[in-house]
Design a protein around this ligand. Structure first.
Ligand code: MN
Length: 210
């Protein structure tokens, strides 16, 4: 079965005024859909991939035939990254990380403010299109900030993602034009910390997640 666009889990205007409805509509309906269409076309001749979730294809990218590997990396990555992104943002609720995640952020970054400032810095300075992530390093169980170019998934690096921030211009250009720092400042207001915290708890419990 071909991959399908998951419905946005909230209305297009739910992130206003931080992220505008028109950006959300284009980003979800057009950009995300385009990644899905491209990866579906690439894997169509390979029925062995028909029932494999995109995250597993990315975790085992070297098992994907070479002739479609780059397409799966870019467009399959685009599908997985956006699917992840829609879940970890949501209507502004003024929340903060809680529980184990809050404790580990303090342990690994010194404080929540220090984490937020390092993440913003990495996302601001990332050159060109790409993503900023909060991930867990499985061997050490430490939290790390990483950025990836293009649509590279953190799964290519074997690191489960907790939080994702899209820094492609299509995420912010309509409202913020070239002002990525303004978009990032606004973006923190729509982070869905309960979801991010529960992703971390799942990791600690040894559950694999998407
Ligand atoms: Mn995007």
């Amino acid at each position: 079965m071909a991959y399908q666009l998951p419905p946005l889990p909230y209305p297009y205007d739910a992130l206003e005024p931080y992220i505008d409805a028109e950006t959300m509509r284009l980003h979800h309906d057009k950009h995300h859909q385009a990644y899905i269409d491209a990866v579906n076309k690439a894997i169509e001749p390979y029925p062995q991939f028909a029932n494999i979730i995109i995250e597993d294809l990315l975790r085992h990218l070297n098992d994907v035939p070479e002739e479609i590997r780059t397409t799966v990396r870019n467009n399959g990555g685009g599908h997985a990254n956006h699917q992840f992104f829609w879940k970890v943002i949501g209507p502004p609720n003024g929340g903060r990380p809680a529980g184990a995640l809050a404790e580990s952020i303090t342990r690994d970054f010194g404080s929540f403010d220090a984490f937020q400032s390092q993440f913003t810095d990495a996302a601001t300075k990332h050159f060109g299109s790409g993503w900023a992530f909060l991930v867990v390093d499985p061997p050490t169980k430490k939290l790390e900030i990483m950025t990836t170019p293009n649509q590279d998934s953190v799964l290519l690096h074997g690191k489960p993602g907790l939080l994702a921030c899209d820094v492609w211009e299509h995420s912010y250009y309509l409202k913020y034009q070239n002002r990525r720092p303004e978009y990032l400042k606004a973006w923190w207001n729509v982070v869905n910390w309960p979801v991010v915290s529960s992703r971390y708890e799942h990791f600690l419990e040894g559950k694999q997640q998407l």
